[in-house]
Design a protein around this ligand. Sequence first.
Ligand SMILES: C[S@@+](CC[C@H](N)C(=O)[O-])C[C@H]1O[C@@H](n2cnc3c(N)ncnc32)[C@H](O)[C@@H]1O
Length: 274
Amino acid sequence: MNYRHSYHAGNFADLVKHGLLLWLLGRVARDERRLLVVDTHAGSGLYDLGEGAVRSKEAQAGIARLMSAPRLPNELAALKEAVQARNGGKDEVRWYPGSPLLIADSLRKGDLYVACELRPEEHDLLAERLKGREGVETRQADGYEVVRAVAPAERRRLVLIDPPFERPDDYLRCAETAGALMKQDPDTVIAIWLPIKDMETFDGFLRRLAGAGVKRALAAEVRLRPLTNPMQMNGCAMVLVNPPEGAQAAAQAICEWTAIALGEPGGRGEAWWT
Ligand SMILES: C[S@@+](CC[C@H](N)C(=O)[O-])C[C@H]1O[C@@H](n2cnc3c(N)ncnc32)[C@H](O)[C@@H]1O
């Protein structure tokens, strides 16, 4: 396992993932039932993007541009506010919050959050950053296994699956996990983040998902550029299973803004049902 999210924190793909995550958290919180949120691949929770010349280039092309954008869709306003809150209220970004802090800050009293991180050093940082939060638990464990084992009981369940995709079986495990969770509780809301290098791999994943029993999902897709070079990450997608009403319009707004504001000619952002 070589992947370190700190090299990529605050890039365009994080903006799509975290913008949609905050939208989902806001919507499921309208439900009277308490929530169980599970983050299968949590990372360390908070990222130092550096200052001045040492600032991360990916973040410079991502969150730094979002913070200084003259116009943002309403659906990205919550992410901007969350980042400002970590940076003394300023638009100048040094600290970028990962999914654990975004989720933990959104919990209501009585909600539960389980954050899984396999790598011991990342887990130690995560545990430190979430220390003392009510209803929050971290596990240094395989998130695909933990999420099937923590029972939602009477709770509404929201699951974020955000693997590094450095292992070829991540696609298979994501699809199988989503299928198993929907069998346990068809009301579960699942968000799966994926890189887009070429269309074959993405299509193959959607077929696997259908094969695992998830026939319908919302694909929120951003292509920064035409998919002519499969050796680089040309875009990303969040595949939403059982999302709340209004998800397609929200995802469309987030994806379109990202592709137009941060992409190259020939890029595009779209949200469509499989
Ligand atoms: C893309 S990063 C997560 C970023 C985080 N979700 C966020 O949005 O801030 C993926 C993380 O998963 C961890 N990881 C890899 N395989 C895992 C597994 N099977 N279970 C739990 N964590 C895993 C990696 O160490 C890495 O920190």
